[in-house]
Design a protein around this ligand. Sequence first.
Ligand code: NDP
Length: 272
Amino acid sequence: MKQFAVIGNPISHSKSPLIHEMFAKECGIDIGYEKILSAKGDFPKIIHNLISKGYLGCNVTLPFKEEAFSLSQELSERAKLAGAVNTLSFCEGKILGDNTDGQGLVEDLLRTVETLHDKRILLIGAGGAAKGCIYPLLQAGVSSVRVVNRTMEKAQSMVAKFTNSEQLSVVSITDLEIIEVDIIINSTSTSLSNELPFESQSVFRKAQLAYDMVYKEVLTSFEEHAIKSNSKIQTQSGFGMLVGQAAESFRIWHDVKPNISPVIERLLNGND
Ligand code: NDP
């Protein structure tokens, strides 16, 4: 049996074992996948312990994605640009780091919009989740990504990393009254506390889709605000991104891409 794990703090809420077990069943692969709670400072020790026990990889969640980045001996391009790692593979004595969050987002967006080609994106937030999705969005062919963040300097330094991208820019909260975008992605944690990243309604009026990375079994505060601002807008929360990033980790480890839709359905129906 191939052994994997997810490491974080907190970790009891994690649905990763369930998701990976469903993928494994679908693909006929025998895996073990467990949750590991790590105290601050214990992360490297836990990783080396997993390697010595013959585990083949692990997922990494908050607050260890940057530490996983530092521990990686080889990094994918998207992990380098994200500055964070959520997927580690232990291969021939080496620790390989990747970041599948952005790919998970892109795949989930494509369940709703036919193509991302030429779409104008507004990305709200400049934390780890935002960093991980810029490169995959650009790779998917979007025409622009405008970033807005409460702390503007953070958005500016995030955008500055992408030296060759003319499609990427920072906008201020006041600019939201005048710009037009197709897809609005909320990568802030505000919906966890039923808050909004900003009060502006006009930016939603011409948009097609409002996407909240936070996932809940009911509409998030951000989705509600989007619908209040534009009754025709479609909304989506981050369940699909969660499953999509897991599917991409699964592909890295097992070289087969599982089907995400039945797993998303099961999570959305709240059967687990
Ligand atoms: P970070 O802590 O790195 O970043 C948080 C971001 O939210 C920052 O841009 C911060 O702005 C902004 N923010 C926080 N509070 C407020 C507020 N009250 N008003 C306005 N902006 C605010 O977190 P992550 O980027 O790692 O994660 C963000 C969210 O995305 C989390 O809730 C997480 O659950 C979700 N996520 C979902 C995934 C999925 O698979 N669905 C995957 C990864 C993340 P500032 O810079 O000004 O502090």
